[in-house]
Design a protein around this ligand. Sequence first.
Ligand code: SF4
Length: 419
Amino acid sequence: MQDDEQSWATLIPSFVSGVRTTKIPVSLNEFDLQYLLDCLDQNQNLAATSLGASSPFELGRQLIESRDNQTFSRYDGNLAGVVTRKGIRTDVVSPTRLQDWADCPHKYFMRHVLAIREPERPEDQIRVSALDRGSLIHESADRFFREFLESRSTDGEPVTYTDADVAAIVRHGQEVATELETRGAVGRPIFWARDREALLNDLRGLLINEQKREIRGRVVASEFGFGIDGASVGAIRRTLPSGRVVTFRGSIDRVEMTENGDLVVVDYKTGSVEPYKGLSSGEPTLAGTKLQLPIYALGARAGFGNDTTLVHSMYWFTSNNPGRWQTKGYDVTDQVLSDFDSTIDIIINGIERGVFPARPQENTWSGAGRCPYCDPDGLGSRELLKRWEALKLGEEFGPVGVLWDPKTGNTPTQGSPDD
Ligand code: SF4
């Protein structure tokens, strides 16, 4: 027995030495590593050594090789030939779901194909989330307008809301705020006291600032659903330029009717107006990232008009934050619907072709993502952004790449979490 050995232990000089000499590798990794060390000892070319498709070493090597060149591989979200039409379910869709693909195809894949949900940790939350702020405004407004519609006529000029109406919407807001508190979704009390007051102020503003919307009518419906459970109107079918038929369902925040029978669709937005800059009848979907207005117009027509009813659709930024009380919208003309159909065709084509690259946000200094899928540790996704740029310039996405092509002027504006 050597000096450095005891009866109960054997000295192993290093990890590599242990892997080289062990008779029983304890994992597939150690087995592969032992084989590679043998090949090295025999002066074989390691780059040409095959380890088999299931080897973690082999997969790692393929990943590094594929990312070192400009090809769009499965390591970048190229699932061509892997996804099936049934698996990705593109027959019945909502506009917000398709927006996710235009915004970031990888996010769409994680959220809508793999159905991986973002974890909620209310105990770590310092302030109420953007999503819950949005739901407080939407839910309170819906309760108010449903109650309002029970007692008021839907005919005539747009209503000027009274102090009693403002008090009523605030009361609904207080109820929803209490429900959020019960769920533990409001963050720390010191911040919630201020956030709660700001949200109730936004609800007051929702009625007080009505006159700031240049096109208004009389409210005829709140949270008007089409193609969803309990809705009075079925799903909206669109035949796309390729001949493909897609069916949409959704819920419209508010539908109004003007005195001459035109319709007004209002979609509340509690986030920043910034991602909506440039939205117009000439750019009605901002390269697929803003799809609600055209399809909501068709839903409103199905409920309250006919194929020729003029509909003006708008996003309304219902907050006292910067961008306060602005609208962004347009008349939904045949040309707008034609642009919408062409964009949907590209998006559906991209999903069915298995195009799911990660498209990180470009305008944050840290490069951190907008969702946790690529950035679970919060350290940023700068490398992904470089990869996205390289793939985009290399025209690796085929015909669907036109959506992100700076040469065609299609540069989607990325959304905020409460969009
Ligand atoms: S973190 Fe960014 S790049 Fe990754 S899936 Fe989410 S939005 Fe896309």
